[in-house]
Design a protein around this ligand. Structure first.
Ligand SMILES: *Cc1c(COP(=O)(O)O)cnc(C)c1O
Length: 339
């Protein structure tokens, strides 16, 4: 049984007060635009991020895809980080379902895409080329907060070259909590933004896309086409409202706990753990079988996720300080067992 689940901040379960809000939600058919709770969530999020309109989606993947499709037509191109979620971890949806050509660009170690790489990738107006329409950035990027000055410079560059800008802000609230910027300031650098309510904010389901009114109306048609026109969404929108009202202000606690976890892991140099990045810690050991280590932890009720020899730890509202202490004990036991 998993006691301490560090795999992702998506694993949280709705608590009693969130479930009570869901049970009490006023609902109607959201496809007919008849769901008062969904409308309240959309209005509240648009206001919070200082955008004209918002649209509720089942997943962040669908919110991003609808956003990309509303910005780009068939045969258009979008500039995106080589390691970005929309390019790498969404099944290639932009290309497959949107007929949008991705132009992936290298992500620097700090998560940014170099400005000259962006400038050089924008295609000239020449019939040989796809039409470059959009720059898509991601913040936080694997837990990293993109610097304020970079957000300003990259989006300014895109605008000056006639591109639209989209932010995959699945963890936008973590970025805001870790910087001195309000989420609306970060969102304000971009034309459109997606935000996951089911990540560190604790809602069971749901993401939201914000942007100009005409853009959101376009995205509404695309959402329907993608099968995302859900009906009595008030039940889950109520959870999302609860998440926005109660679980944003506490994100700093997750970041502090990730820093504590990084300190615990650093006691064992063989683990190769890096410093905390908002609510995440990554470790890439040089000479340690990560599968065996993860299996050892799993036997002790601790779950961690991993790919390509790197393990990722994510803190969230269903973990506490005792979870971090148990990780320390399990690591001690692991290395004792090796001697
Ligand atoms: C999780 C995530 C998404 C997609 O969200 P789903 O709800 O899992 O589809 C998009 N972008 C980033 C950066 C994410 O972390």
């Amino acid at each position: 049984m998993i006691v301490d689940d560090f795999r992702s901040d998506t694993v949280t379960r709705p608590g009693e007060s969130m479930r009570a809000a869901m049970a009490a939600a006023d609902v109607g058919d959201a496809v007919y635009d008849d769901c008062p709770t969904t409308k309240r969530l959309e209005a509240k999020t648009a206001e919070r991020l200082d955008k004209e309109a918002a649209l509720f989606f089942p997943t962040g993947t669908q919110a991003n895809l609808a956003g990309l499709m509303a910005h780009c037509g068939r045969g258009d191109e979008y500039l995106v980080g080589q390691m970005a979620h929309t390019y790498r971890l969404e099944g290639g949806g932009a290309a497959v379902l949107g007929s949008i050509q991705p132009q992936p660009l290298p992500n620097e170690p700090d998560g940014t895409i170099a400005l000259d790489a962006i400038a050089n990738a924008i295609k000239p107006k020449d019939f040989h080329f796809a039409v470059t329409r959009l720059l898509a950035l991601e913040n936080t990027f694997n837990g990293l907060v993109l610097p304020d000055a970079y957000l300003e410079a990259a989006t300014q560059l895109a605008r000056s070259r006639g591109l639209a800008t989209h932010l995959d802000g699945a963890r936008l609230m973590n970025a805001a909590a870790a910087s001195n910027r309000d989420a609306a300031w970060i969102a304000g650098q971009f034309d459109t933004v997606s935000l996951c309510l089911s990540k560190g904010l604790g809602a069971p389901i749901g993401s939201i896309l914000v942007g100009p009114k005409d853009f959101i109306e376009k995205a509404r048609r695309i959402r329907k086409m993608l099968g995302g026109g859900m009906r009595q969404t008030g039940v889950i929108a109520a959870a999302a409202i609860h998440a926005l009202e109660h679980n944003v202000a506490r994100l700093g606690e997750d970041h502090r706990r990730a820093a504590d976890l990084a300190k615990v892991l650093a006691r064992f140099p063989a683990l190769g753990a890096g410093p905390a990045r908002t609510n995440m810690v990554f470790m890439t050991p040089k000479a340690l079988d990560t599968s065996a280590f993860a299996a050892f932890l799993r036997d002790r009720g601790i779950a961690v996720s991993g790919r390509y020899g790197t393990l990722r730890w994510v803190t969230h509202l269903d973990l506490d300080d005792a979870s971090v202490e148990r990780v320390g004990t399990a690591c001690e036991n692991f290395f004792d067992s090796k001697q």
